[in-house]
Design a protein around this ligand. Structure first.
Ligand code: GLN
Length: 304
């Protein structure tokens, strides 16, 4: 498969003027990013790297970090995570509060904000130095010691994160948050603030394309079964109330973030990351979704 030609053909075919989404500015620091940034990086298990545009520029991975918090919590306490958070698609926006009331403070899944906040609460209980240990874990699966939090973004979100504060307080009232509300929020905002380039993020996601092993070293992090389950959660819950649309149009497990990144994997084949900060009304990168739709259309391959 000539992935570079496929990426070039996709880019040539796109009418960029048609993608007029909105950069997320409810986190003021994210609103400073140029809307016209556009990068693609595909990491193929057998044949290396293919890219386009701003693929070596760092961006805020935001909710894509929820996949890493879930992975770390699953490694720490296994299926016990599922006593605190479910694995059903929510069909609601990423920051919704509504289902929590009638579902007694148990979030629908670990990839919406409520679920990721519970997962951060689990990590606070399980880790000695939560922020340091989580960052070290991401650096390990990224095989990259340069990965960092962006403290400006974390602080900016802390100042404006009223909805996340509401979610944690609400879940605490049901007994599903065990640590201090401020500590849970602080860890969550830090995880969301991690910055990576498209290339770095696709290398990190290779873990999920490569059945739980780091590609270069061959070190096993997750069992095949754990990897399958995390991919299943990405497939059904990775795009909030647009998960069905993403499965229909793209057909790969993946995760979006309001920084405009989308990371997706074709297990056994490749991991791919697209970054374009203009978001559609559901909070997913409009151009990113289209690029991935064209990728699986042109390769005629997806998990389906
Ligand atoms: N940090 C963001 C928030 O909690 C993440 C949301 C997202 O990327 N969908 O609002």
């Amino acid at each position: 498969m000539d992935y570079q030609k496929i990426i070039n053909d996709i880019v040539a075919e796109l009418d960029l003027s048609k993608f007029d989404g909105k950069v997320a500015d409810y986190i003021p620091e994210l609103g400073k990013v140029s809307p016209d940034k556009f990068g693609v990086h595909l990491n193929c298990i057998n044949s290396g790297h293919y890219s386009h545009g701003d693929s070596d520029e760092k961006f805020s991975i935001q909710s894509i970090a929820k996949v890493f918090t879930l992975t770390m919590a699953a490694l720490k306490i296994g299926n016990k995570v599922l006593e605190r958070v479910d694995v059903e698609p929510s069909g609601d926006p990423f920051n919704s509060l509504t289902q929590l009331e009638y579902e007694n403070g148990i979030p629908r899944n670990p990839l919406i904000n409520a679920g990721a906040l519970v997962v951060c609460d689990i990590l606070l209980t399980e880790l000695e130095n939560p922020k340091e240990d989580f960052l070290a874990f991401v650096r390990k699966i990224a095989q990259n010691p340069e990965i960092n939090y962006n403290l400006k973004v974390a602080r900016s979100e802390a100042k404006s994160g009223f909805r996340n504060a509401a979610l944690v307080n609400y879940m605490k009232s049901f007994g599903n948050i065990h640590n201090e509300v401020d500590d849970v929020l602080d860890l969550y905002f830090h995880t969301c603030s991690i910055e990576m380039t498209c290339k770095e993020l696709s290398e990190t996601f290779m873990l999920f394309a490569n059945r739980g092993c780091i590609l270069n070293s061959g070190e096993r992090i997750l069992t095949g079964s754990q990897t399958k389950r995390i991919n299943a959660i990405m497939q059904t819950c990775g795009f909030y109330d647009e998960a069905g649309e993403f499965a229909f149009r793209v057909g790969l497990p993946g995760k979006s973030g309001v920084g405009g990144g989308i990371a997706a994997v074709h297990p056994g084949y490749y991991s791919v990351v697209v970054w374009s900060p203009k978001l559609n009304p559901k909070g997913n990168s409009a151009l990113g979704m289209r690029v991935l739709e064209l990728l699986t259309t042109k390769t005629e391959l997806s998990v389906f």
